[in-house]
Design a protein around this ligand. Structure first.
Ligand code: NI
Length: 398
């Protein structure tokens, strides 16, 4: 027999979790500096009688809950991220950020509250056969906190059989769960191309090697990677975010070099390698054709976040059971954004899913200065996490 829907029990903590979420929102902390936040997390877990391990991946915290039964020997991990972004909050809520230039613009305050809600329910009920590992990770926003926890021996100390995480999603209605049995988010790479020419007088361009003209051709050349080289059924993005050359105060000066900086997003290793190699060939050969030199610095940051189909289908089944088929999107279109839960999914099977929270229609998207986590969906996320534990490690039939 499956246990009942945990949402009714978690709703009883809704007010308390909302208060906690808003307190975190008012006191945002940037990656690896989540001292207050991780202190609150650790204190809350300890108050629930949960074993707490601090300082994993600098400011990360892990809570361990043993089920009523543990003959299964199974261990399932749930992850929430805790960090904020360097954005000045434009919202006017009573609990808006008290720190200028810092805010919870991605809802990690909500993710933390959601996992604490599941923790409270699971610690009180323990209706599962195995061990639940609650992973509160630092520094998801670009600093690789998930990788820091792995490097600190997360899965050696807590050898999870499978892992799950959620992220709020303004483009889905509140209370809807979205998932895809494969790619969820892209790999995110940074690149910089430095073109070295020979500067000189704008009146005598024949005496120079103009890096700006070369850069312009490289920029156009890069547009052919996705359109002409990547298989049309595969996905990739090559975007240039910055072009720097010369000085606006020197209209008749041809500069000596130019710099192009951008991002590449892909889902497959083979596509990622293709983009990098085409970029190198294009930059080199275009520069060479003009007597200039191009240097490509290509840096792989977060890998693609790819769900294991079995575990993604399991999450979709749990969501359907809890909330009904109309509240579940099983084939959510992947995002070209990136997520460092990918490092964890690189070593453990599992799934990453979306918790619909609405807001996209009014433009309050993730990383927007007016973004705010929707507290209404805390019990929905908490019930998902709790039910994943109960259903993946069911008590033996009695
Ligand atoms: Ni986020």
């Amino acid at each position: 027999m499956y246990p009942s829907n945990p949402i009714e029990s978690i709703r009883q903590f809704h007010q308390e979790l909302t208060t906690l979420r808003r307190d975190l929102h008012a006191h945002p902390e940037i990656g690896f500096q989540e001292l207050r936040t991780s202190g609150i997390v650790a204190g809350s877990l300890e108050a629930l009688g949960i074993d707490v391990h601090r300082g994993i991946g600098k400011t990360g915290v892990v809570g361990v809950i043993r089920g009523k039964e543990h003959t299964s020997g199974r261990m399932v991990g749930l992850r929430a991220d805790m960090d904020a972004l360097p954005i000045t909050e434009a919202g006017q809520s009573q609990y808006c950020s008290t720190k200028p230039g810092l805010m919870h613009a991605c809802g990690h305050d909500g993710h933390t509250a959601v996992l604490l809600g599941a923790a409270k329910y699971l610690a009180q009920t323990r209706n599962f056969n195995g061990t639940a590992v609650l992973i509160f990770q630092p520094a998801e926003e670009g600093l690789g906190g998930a990788k820091a926890m792995l490097d600190d021996g997360l899965f050696e100390r807590f050898p999870c059989d499978e892992i799950y995480a959620l992220h709020n999603w303004p483009a889905l209605p509140p209370g809807t769960i979205g998932i895809n049995p494969g790619p969820m988010m892209a790999a995110s790479d940074k690149f910089e191309i430095v073109i070295e020419g020979r500067g000189g007088h704008g009146a005598h361009p024949y005496q120079t090697i103009d890096p700006i003209v070369v850069a312009a051709q490289v920029i156009l050349g890069l547009q052919t990677i996705v359109s002409r080289n990547v298989h049309p059924i595969d996905s990739a993005v090559v975007s240039i975010g910055s072009v720097q050359a010369g000085n606006p105060a020197g209209p008749s000066v041809i500069p000596g070099d130019a710099r192009i900086v951008g991002t590449v997003r892909t889902f497959k290793d083979s596509v990622q390698a293709l983009v990098e190699s085409r970029m190198r060939v294009l930059a080199d050969s275009i520069a060479q054709a003009h007597g200039a030199k191009a240097e490509l610095h290509y840096q792989r940051s977060y890998p693609a976040t790819i769900n294991t189909p079995r575990h993604a289908n399991f999450v979709a089944d749990v969501a359907t059971e809890l909330f009904g088929v109309d509240r579940v999107v099983r084939d959510l279109i992947p995002s070209m954004g990136s997520e460092d839960f990918s490092f964890m999914l690189g070593v453990k099977p599992g799934a990453y899913f979306r918790l619909g929270q609405g807001g996209a229609e009014s433009g309050t998207l993730l990383h927007n200065s007016r973004y705010d986590f929707n507290d209404e969906v805390i019990p929905v996320g908490g019930a998902m996490f709790a039910a994943i534990i109960e259903r993946s490690m069911p008590l033996l039939e009695r």
